[in-house]
Write a protein that binds this ligand. Structure first.
Ligand code: ADP
Ligand code: MG
Length: 308
């Protein structure tokens, strides 16, 4: 007998509940469509992503692949069109404006690429770090602001304004601002995009310090290959979906081993790397064969070329 509609719904709900479980960040089939002057742009097209508490994850992908859109959704700035986005158990699609404000103020910290966007120019570094605490009504602001600046190695900048600091110092102060209200999650959208590689290294170290010492989950979008080499997990985004993951681990001799995987979604979809597809001229259809320990993927004869 066929299942009834309500049975199907219950099944779908169970499936939904299962994906990602109670992970710190869960994106399930996330869709974000922008409409401008009647034209639709699908920036996220069913993106799945699970990140555990305390992870330090890099997100990489070509320009326009949806990285900033994803971060804006996770930061509570933007609301997705459909799907599930949950951070620390909070549902980012259905939260009330009041919860959203609270979320943005004390659950998540955000770091922009443009150094000028992160700090108020007429305040000193310390005052910038104190500001979010003041807005949240926190006590003992001065002590905490100094502690954070020290932790990130920029306490010498405490009394300086943005124009009196280098770009790297400004970004490290900005990390302190993002951490001010003890968020559970810090999001950084290409935070080293405007910096040279040496300065980038310092900024990235500061993010790592925040991750290790304060146990805050960090998600950083980056183009910088050096940065993505230093995290445990790099998630690749292509055309608004997660397409690959690189996991890094140490072997017995302490060497770092990086292994790249294609992401398989729950219904079995995966993205073949474009260069693989091009090399074998695969398009539209491929032939699959199940072997005892792998699945073979072949171009179909009529599309594979010269034989036509
Ligand atoms: P990335 O950060 O990876 O470069 P984005 O998330 O900024 O990519 O953009 C993904 C896609 O969505 C792009 O095609 C971009 O043009 C489009 N897009 C982003 N923001 C908007 C917006 N506010 N209005 C319309 N289209 C947008
Ligand atoms: Mg971007």
């Amino acid at each position: 007998m066929n299942p009834t509609l309500s049975e199907l719904e219950a099944r779908a709900a169970r499936k939904k509940a299962a994906f990602g479980g109670d992970a710190h960040i869960v994106c399930d089939n996330l869709v974000r469509i922008y409409k401008t002057e009647g034209v639709e742009v699908v920036a996220l097209q069913g993106l799945d992503l699970v990140i555990d508490e305390g992870e330090l994850v890099a997100i990489v992908g070509a320009s326009g692949s949806g990285k900033s859109t994803l971060l804006n959704v996770l930061s509570g700035l933007d609301v997705p069109t459909a799907g599930v986005a949950r951070v620390a158990g909070m549902d980012l699609l259905s939260m009330t404006p009041r919860d959203r404000l609270r979320y943005r103020r004390s659950v998540v910290g955000f770091l922009w690429q443009q150094t000028a966007r992160n700090l108020l120019p007429y305040l000193t570094a310390r005052e910038n770090v104190e500001l979010p605490m003041r807005l949240a009504g926190a006590a003992s602001r001065k002590g905490r602001a100094m502690e954070l600046l020290e932790l990130l190695g920029v306490d010498s900048c405490a009394n300086r304004k943005a124009t009196e600091m280098s770009g790297g110092e400004q970004q490290r102060v900005a990390i302190a601002v993002a951490l001010a209200n003890s968020p559970q999650l810090v999001l950084a959208d290409e935070p080293t995009g405007e910096l040279d590689s040496e300065t980038s290294e310092l900024v990235f170290q500061a993010l790592r310090t925040a991750n290790r010492e304060l146990r805050v989950t960090v998600v950083v979008v980056t183009h910088d290959p050096l940065v993505s080499e230093q995290v445990d997990r790099t998630v690749g985004i292509r055309d608004g979906r997660t397409s690959s993951e690189t996991l890094r681990r140490e072997d017995a001799e302490g060497r770092i081993i990086a292994e790249e995987y294609a992401v398989l979604d729950r219904v079995g979809r995966l993205q073949l790397p474009r260069d693989f597809m091009n090399a074998l001229r695969m398009e539209r259809r491929v032939r699959l064969e199940l072997e005892s320990d792998h699945i073979g993927v072949w171009p179909t004869r009529e599309e594979s070329s010269d034989e036509q």
